[in-house]
Design a binder for this molecule. Structure first.
Ligand SMILES: [Zn+2]
Length: 115
């Protein structure tokens, strides 16, 4: 069983306290979105769903709003395995051009302001 994250830039980092989420294998369209997002050269949009079953994406790649809110956990301090919304697609810490562009731009404009 593979328990590491499928995002290439993420595997090298060992972090604790993360949750791992399975590919939405029942939803082929969303699987493609996930594959595009994780941008792992070993897998592309045509990768068979069977190959994805054992792979996970860790919680570092989802925005807070990608998780379903759980009022009891939140009241207890927010710990616990959070459930992903059915529409969630990885979008954070992916280290590739498309999604990090706006972060880069923000960073650059901040730098320009400092200069
Ligand atoms: Zn990860």
């Amino acid at each position: 069983m593979v328990s590491s994250c499928i995002v290439p830039s993420c595997k090298r980092r060992r972090r604790t306290g993360l949750s791992y989420y399975r590919f939405p294998v029942k939803d082929a369209e969303r699987c493609k979105l996930w594959l595009r997002a994780v941008n792992n050269p070993k897998y592309d949009e045509d990768t068979a769903v069977d190959c994805l079953k054992n792979h996970r994406v860790c919680s570092l790649h989802f925005k807070p709003e990608d998780f379903e809110r759980h009022l009891v956990w939140e009241a207890m301090g927010g710990d616990g395995v959070r459930k992903l919304r059915p529409t969630a697609v990885p979008s954070l810490n992916l280290d590739h051009g498309e999604t990090s562009t706006c972060v880069e731009q923000v960073r650059q404009s901040r730098l320009t302001m400092l200069l």
